[in-house]
Write a protein that binds this ligand. Structure first.
Ligand SMILES: Nc1ncnc2c1ncn2[C@@H]1O[C@H](COP(=O)(O)OP(=O)(O)OP(=O)(O)O)[C@@H](O)[C@H]1O
Ligand SMILES: [Mg+2]
Length: 568
């Protein structure tokens, strides 16, 4: 440590120096107070050992000057003196010295006193460092305290202001110094600036009482009648005995925040409302789309039906005319045949007469020859068989034309283009006429077994239900590879009519069973199936308040069960 020696006596100075250097100190020598004072002003030291009596400036004056000066660190002063009266020593300490060493000094005592000085200087340094840190922290805290937008005031037990931050000072319109020590709740100038101060007072008093922090949202009206909101927190500061010695009141005006929160809430509500509306519109749109899709499939179906109907009606018309005249000609032919048969009968009677015993001799030879030829020809052509066969043939032809007529009627029944009125339907008849129409599609693939029950009529559109049967029957025929069976059964169950159509075709894979009623689902090659048949069937049965179900096993076959409510 640097030690400044102030001693006019050369021997004493040297002795002193030697001892201090031995102790490991750095020593600066001066001969009087003036020199020492100059040196200290340029480079202050921590310990000064000064003689009292010296020329120019004595030790006491130097000591006075040091104590009145503002050096950065503390200067520990030890006075060397030969004076040993109590009053002298009092003077030494009055002048500001920290210690004294009587002259002539004892080396041991000197060492001990210097070491005490060193300890004090160290302690002083530590204290200064701590104080500096404390000040630094305090300053930092103050900066933070002042930068907060919340208004903060700390109050003592008498509810007097200890400190405030900038935000609070700004709010009240007074600086910190003007407020410290003022009664927070009763000072008229401060009181008028603090809204809801009675409520805050209660909170603060309660914190002093129970030592627990409090938080409250206070509401009031400003001078313009508008609502305001203040969030108030009261926090205790506890001393080492666990007593509340101050309460910090933090207030924040959250009116704007509340307004914004309100605005956000109302915006959110609007957004929710709008999205609900959008969702509702979406649902509506989806429904419309679904309806459109349904209409599209229905239109496709109607088109299909219309073209089938038109085709059927056209074919029926075209067949009807020739069938008409073939049928009436056959009737005439049959009448003619009867006449011719009667005529031939008469010829036979004539020949028999001519050939009788009494007439034979009277006939010319030529005539006899012609008769023989006639008989031979009759035999040749087997006239009896021929006449019988002509009857059979005409009968067959008439049966044929009857069948054609029936088919024409069925065709007309099957599809009346443009006619979709609800009427009473005999399902068995409907299936019959459908079978006639699709016969060509089925007959090479399957034998059809009909098991028609005695069933009541149902209400519906005939050509639509026929369409369902046709779609199912055509699918059944398609599912059969070479030759199979199709069973059609109708029966009456409870108040329903049940139609069960099963085939011995390929069956439907499990994963496809739920899809076959979807529009456009097909397993058939492009161009062969549109995938609409089952969807159309499903829609038609639904419109008729019925159900359609499918059961199938791959490799064994498929069964469709249609249930339709009976009339009344
Ligand atoms: N009886 C059945 N046996 C096996 N598979 C069937 C049967 N009925 C329907 N399917 C399956 O259901 C699919 C859908 O049938 P749907 O009648 O709707 O369409 P499609 O027959 O493919 O075409 P189209 O629109 O010409 O009728 C068929 O492709 C087929 O895979
Ligand atoms: Mg089909």
């Amino acid at each position: 440590m640097e030690i400044l020696i102030v001693e006019d006596d050369f021997i004493s100075r040297n002795l002193l120096k030697k001892m201090l250097v031995e102790m490991g100190h750095e020593v600066i020598e001066t001969e009087n107070g003036i020199q020492a004072w100059e040196y200290l002003n340029n480079s202050p030291v921590s310990i000064v050992i000064s003689d009292w009596l010296m020329p120019e400036m004595d030790g006491l004056e130097l000591c006075h000057k040091i104590r009145n000066a503002t050096f950065k660190g503390y200067v520990y002063v030890i006075m060397l003196t030969a004076k040993d009266r109590k009053a002298d020593l009092v003077d030494v300490f009055k002048a500001g010295a920290d210690d004294y060493i009587p002259k002539p000094f004892d080396p041991e005592e000197l060492r001990a006193r210097v070491m005490t000085g060193v300890r004090v200087v160290h302690l002083e340094e530590q204290h200064n460092a701590l104080a500096n840190t404390l000040i630094e922290s305090r300053n930092k805290l103050r900066i933070v305290f002042d930068s907060l937008k919340e208004e903060i005031v700390s109050l003592d037990e008498d509810l007097k202001i200890v400190s405030v931050n900038d935000a609070f000072a700004k709010h009240v319109g007074k600086n910190l110094d003007a407020m410290v020590g003022k009664a927070f709740f009763s000072d008229t100038e401060i009181r008028c600036k603090i809204a809801c101060n009675e409520d805050i007072k209660k909170l603060v008093e309660n914190v002093f009482k129970d030592g627990a922090g409090k938080k409250k949202l206070l509401m009031g009206s400003d001078q313009h009648g508008g609502d305001f909101y203040r969030q108030v927190s009261c926090l205790p500061i506890i001393d080492e005995h666990d007593n509340v010695f101050q309460v910090v009141v933090v207030t924040q005006d959250i009116t704007e925040e509340r307004k914004k929160t309100e605005e956000i809430r109302s915006l959110n509500e609007q957004i929710m409302e709008t999205s609900a509306q959008i969702e509702a519109k979406n649902k509506k749109l989806k429904k419309t789309l679904q309806r459109l899709e349904d209409t599209q499939t229905q239109m496709l179906q109607s088109e299909k039906m219309a073209s089938i109907g038109q085709l059927a009606a056209g074919v029926a018309h075209e067949i009807n005319n020739p069938t008409g005249f073939v049928s009436s000609n056959l009737k005439t032919l049959s009448d003619y045949h009867e006449d011719i048969a009667e005529l031939i009968e008469k010829y036979h009677e004539l020949i028999a007469n001519l050939e009788s015993e009494e007439n034979r001799g009277a006939l010319s030879e030529l005539f006899c020859g012609s008769l023989e030829q006639l008989k031979a020809f009759e035999k040749d052509i087997d006239i009896e068989f021929l006449m019988e066969d002509i009857t059979d043939l005409i009968g067959d032809c008439r049966e044929g034309t009857d069948r054609i007529k029936k088919i024409v009627i069925d065709l007309k029944d099957f599809a009346h283009p443009g006619e979709d009125k609800i009427q009473s339907i005999d399902i068995n008849n409907g299936i019959e006429s459908t079978l006639n129409v699709v016969n060509n599609e089925i007959k090479y693939k399957a034998t059809v077994h009909k098991d028609f029950g005695n069933i009541p009529s149902v209400q519906g559109v005939p050509q639509q239900l026929n369409q369902v049967f046709m779609n199912i029957l055509v699918n059944a025929a398609h599912a059969i590879d070479k030759k199979g069976e199709i069973h059609i059964k109708t029966r009456s169950i409870d108040r329903n009519v049940e139609v069960i159509i099963s085939d011995t075709g390929s069956g439907i894979a499990k994963e496809n069973l739920t899809k076959i009623f979807d529009p456009f689902f097909t397993t058939k090659d492009v161009g062969k199936g549109t995938g609409l048949g089952m969807n159309i069937a499903y829609n038609i049965i639904q419109k008729h308040n019925g159900t359609i179900q499918v059961e199938s096993e791959v490799g064994k076959g498929t069964t469709f069960t249609i249930t339709l409510p009976t009339e009344g």
